[in-house]
Design a binder for this molecule. Structure first.
Ligand code: ATP
Ligand code: MG
Length: 554
């Protein structure tokens, strides 16, 4: 018996599987697959499907295949296949077998011949527009093609010649012969093969006819012995066709298609076609732009596989389409990073602070803990010296009410260091503040000052030891919750989705940061070293997420 019945939250798919196991269906086996079309990078919606398919297999001690549904060669590429494999592994899953729908092209062809022989498929010479016109509507039945009753021998001959390349693209299609009056339009003699002369990334020019999705998918599932074929709700109306094909062919297995709701996430887009448009029209820098909801983008932004898996678990599996707030995903990543990211200090907009009572050449190595709640993560040495840099807005000439940070004549504590006092403000001719003259209280290292309370704590770096860095502050890519509802989703792009700060300074220990290392920069947010642009000693950090929800009060 699986552990799922006791531990995992109930969902309707688990219930179906539990019942199947009880009834000894499929000999007690559970086999799933994740079947992406390699026509783009995977996005967060795919993560839901990946976690469901691979997660189900793990839970029931079954298997999950990764299958490329590669029947549309004009839109597919090896680059996409490689990225998909990388992303599935990164999320933490291993496939049982790597398969391709194109592995089955010969079998699919032979099954189509069988349908023709059984009088259940015919070669049609109607054009695509004519087929559409003949299809009818939701309220009117379709019209039969004049070719519908073409003799079997003629169909066999024509189909064989379609394969042999005797006809032009679009001249003929092979259609299943089902029911032109069916209330379900998918059952009105759907096309199952079309002629298309395109080079295929795996089969080269071996084929000039390609099978259609609905026909390919069910047979591929059957060939692989998939028991539960989990797909999104828009395929519910295709299920009768899925079952029809397998029933006519009497395949050794007849998998069960089960539909669940797609992930729809606010302030973003989960459609490869539209994400592709963002890339090709250069609204973003690529599929891995940290603003993209792709797994490559989320990874580059600093998201962890754990946070994404946690997110998929939290949103659950249902049959109702609903919108998930971005806050849920942000909550999951904050939880993980709060627990696991090392703390570090970075000053985004530096202001110079000089200590008049500190020796010119002195440097002290202060021990600062890497994580306040996790002493096991150790301490690091942070150099302190006569000139430091603090955040520009941690000083106020005219402080707003309840301001706890530095003001002229006031005191503040430096994180992990001394309490300091601001004695005077130096300005340039234009009246801009360029430097603060301060003093340290030498008796406040690791202890409270005598006789007074200092409330504010600010972060800092030593000017001479700190490293220059570029810090990219990413915000939501769209300014409305549902960009898909706009006439043109591109109009909803948030013009402030990226703010680049190029004069930042980070503490010296970050010079050794490795790609995708994640940090909490004290008081400013969670960041990760950019894996692509941090080259030749240049440090670039991406903001993964702010410290807390911007709707919450500071
Ligand atoms: P897109 O419109 O982005 O291309 P798709 O459904 O066409 O999505 P596929 O490559 O065919 O993309 O998807 C592979 C699997 O991932 C399918 O089983 C599909 O149902 C599932 N999937 C795709 N998008 C989502 C989503 N938003 N939520 C849950 N599952 C999804
Ligand atoms: Mg698709």
């Amino acid at each position: 018996m699986s552990t799922s019945e006791n531990q995992a939250p109930a969902n309707f798919i688990r219930q179906i599987i539990n019942t199947d196991l009880k009834n000894k269906k499929n000999n007690g086996k559970v086999a799933t697959r994740f079947p992406p079309e390699p026509n783009g990078y995977l996005h967060i919606g795919h993560a839901k499907s990946i976690c469901l398919n691979f997660g189900t297999a793990i839970e029931y001690n079954g298997t999950c295949n990764l299958r490329f549904d590669d029947t549309n060669p004009e839109k597919e590429s090896v680059e996409y296949m490689e990225s998909i494999k990388k992303d599935v592994k990164w999320l933490g899953f291993e496939w049982n077998e790597l398969r391709h729908a194109s592995d089955y092209f010969e079998q699919l062809y032979q099954y189509a011949v069988q349908l023709i022989e059984q009088g259940q498929a015919y070669v049609d010479s109607l054009s695509a527009e004519e087929i559409r016109a003949y299809r009818g509507t939701l309220t009117e039945p379709g019209k039969e093609s004049p070719d519908r009753n073409r003799p079997i021998t003629e169909n066999l001959d024509l189909f064989q010649r379609m394969r042999a390349g005797e006809f032009a693209d679009g001249q003929y299609v092979l259609r299943a012969k089902i029911d032109m009056a069916s209330p379900n339009i998918n059952m009105r003699d759907p096309a199952i093969y079309r002629i298309r002369r395109v080079h295929h990334q795996r089969t080269g020019d071996a084929w000039c006819i390609y099978p259609m999705y609905d026909y390919t998918h069910c047979i591929s599932d059957a060939i692989e012995g998939i028991t539960h074929s989990l797909c999104t709700l828009e395929f519910e109306d295709h299920r009768p066709l899925y079952d029809w094909v397998l029933d006519q062919l009497q395949t050794p297995y007849h998998p069960q298609q089960i539909e669940f709701a797609r992930l729809q996430l606010e302030y973003t887009i989960v459609s490869k076609r539209k994400l592709n448009q963002l890339v090709t029209e250069k609204h973003v820098t690529g599929w891995d732009d940290p603003r993209m909801p792709t797994l490559a983008g989320l990874r580059r932004a600093g998201f962890t596989p754990k946070a994404i898996r946690d997110f998929c678990e939290r949103i659950g599996i249902t049959k109702q389409n609903s919108w998930i707030e971005m806050g849920v995903l942000e909550y999951c990543i904050r939880e993980d990073l709060n627990e696991n990211a090392l703390r570090a200090m970075a000053v985004l907009q530096p202001l110079r602070v000089v200590f008049d009572n500190y020796p010119d050449d002195q440097v002290e190595q202060l021990e600062v803990s890497n994580h306040p709640q996790k002493p096991e993560l150790g301490k690091r040495q942070v150099p302190f010296s006569k000139v430091i840099l603090i955040e520009r807005d941690d000083f106020a000439e005219v402080p707003p009410p309840k301001y706890k940070r530095l003001i002229e004549g006031g005191e503040v504590r430096l994180r992990g260091a001394y309490v300091i006092k601001c004695n005077s403000v130096i300005k340039d001719d234009a009246g801009n503040i360029i430097e603060l003259r301060c003093s340290i209280d030498p008796d406040t290292l690791g202890k409270n000052p005598e006789g007074r309370k200092v409330k504010g704590v600010i972060h800092w770096v030593s000017e001479q030891h700190s490293k220059p860095a570029e810090i990219r502050l990413y915000n939501r890519l769209f300014k409305v919750a549902n960009p898909d509802n706009e006439d043109n989703f591109l109009d909803a792009i948030n013009p402030g989705s990226l703010e680049v700060l190029s004069d930042c300074r980070v503490e010296a220990s970050l010079a050794d940061a490795q790609a995708e290392n994640r940090y909490q920069f004290e008081r400013t947010g969670y960041f990760c070293l950019d894996a692509i642009d941090s080259v030749g000693g240049k440090l670039v950090f991406n903001r993964t997420v702010t410290l807390r929800d911007s709707f919450e009060k500071d």
